[in-house]
Design a protein around this ligand. Structure first.
Ligand SMILES: [Zn+2]
Ligand SMILES: [Zn+2]
Length: 244
C-alpha cells in the first residue's frame, strides 16, 4: 500500500512537473520529449570496438583485454561521447534540473541500442551515490537510467546491493591517478548472500573508470563472477595519458 501510494504520488508529481516545465528536445527544442525521434540519430556515439582507455581496438566491447584488467571489468559498453554538447546538456539537465523522467528515457535509448551486447546478465546494479549527494539531489540518476534499461531487457535491478560508504572530494577536481586513489574502497556490498553471478553496472558518465573499478572490485570480492558496465557517456579526461 505504501509503495502504491508513493508510486502514485510520484506519477502525479511528474505530471505537474511536466506542466510547469514541459519536456523539450535538448537538440531542436521541440516540445513533447527530451529527445525527439529525429534528433536521437544526430548524437555522437562512442565508436564500436574502440577501447575507452587506450583507444586501441577492442574485440567485443569498449574495453580492450589489457585495459579490462586495469578497470576490473569483463566488458564495457559506452553509448555516447560526453564532448557532444547535447549529451553534456542532457546529463546536466538530468542531474541538476531534477528530471528523473529524462534519466529513464535515456536508459531506454541506451538499453535499446545495446541489448544484443549484454543479454547474458542476471542483474542490473546502478552506481550508488553517497548519502549527502543523494539528499541534495533527491534521486540517483544511475538508478533512473537502470530503470529505463530494465524496461528494455526485463532484468532485475539490485539498487540496494551496493552502497557507497565514504564521501570523498568530487572527481572532477582531480587528476587521473588521484581519481583512482580517491575512489579506492568507497563501495561495500550490503549482503553477500545470493549475489547475482553476472552483473551489469550502470552509470551516467565515466571518465577515468575509477568509479566503475571500485564498484566492480567490491562486487567481485562479494562473489560476483562476471561484471560488465553500461555507461551513457564517456568523458575524455584533460591531457589524457593512458596509465598501465
Ligand atoms: Zn529534436
Ligand atoms: Zn585499452
Amino acid at each position: 500500500m505504501q509503495r502504491f501510494l508513493s508510486n502514485t504520488l510520484h506519477r502525479v508529481g511528474d505530471v505537474f512537473w511536466d506542466i510547469l516545465f514541459p519536456r523539450l528536445c535538448v537538440v531542436c527544442n521541440t516540445e513533447g520529449a527530451f529527445l525527439c525521434s529525429q534528433c536521437v540519430y544526430t548524437l555522437t556515439s562512442w565508436p564500436q570496438n574502440v577501447c575507452a582507455w587506450c583507444r586501441g581496438t577492442s574485440e567485443r566491447s569498449n574495453i580492450c583485454e589489457s585495459c579490462s584488467r586495469l578497470w576490473g571489468l569483463d566488458d564495457l559498453w559506452i553509448g555516447y561521447r560526453y564532448d557532444d554538447v547535447h549529451i553534456a546538456h542532457m546529463i546536466h539537465t538530468l542531474k541538476y534540473g531534477y528530471r528523473e523522467a529524462l534519466g529513464m528515457d535515456l536508459g531506454i535509448i541506451l538499453g535499446s541500442r545495446m541489448i544484443d551486447e549484454y543479454s547474458d546478465t542476471d542483474a542490473i546494479v546502478p552506481i550508488p551515490l553517497d548519502k549527502i549527494r543523494y539528499k541534495e539531489r533527491g534521486f540517483n540518476q544511475s538508478l533512473c537510467l537502470a530503470q529505463g534499461i530494465a524496461q528494455v531487457c526485463q532484468r532485475a535491478i539490485y539498487s540496494r546491493l551496493l552502497i557507497r560508504t565514504v564521501a570523498r572530494a568530487p572527481q572532477a577536481t582531480l587528476g587521473v591517478s588521484a581519481r583512482w586513489e580517491n575512489m579506492e574502497d568507497v563501495y561495500s556490498v550490503v549482503c553477500t548472500r545470493d549475489i547475482p553471478k553476472r552483473i551489469i553496472l550502470v552509470d551516467d558518465v565515466t571518465t577515468t573508470g575509477a568509479t566503475l573499478r571500485s564498484a566492480a572490485r567490491a562486487l567481485r570480492m562479494a562473489g560476483a563472477e562476471k561484471i560488465s558496465a553500461l555507461v551513457f557517456a564517456h568523458g575524455i579526461p584533460p591531457r589524457h595519458t593512458p596509465v598501465r
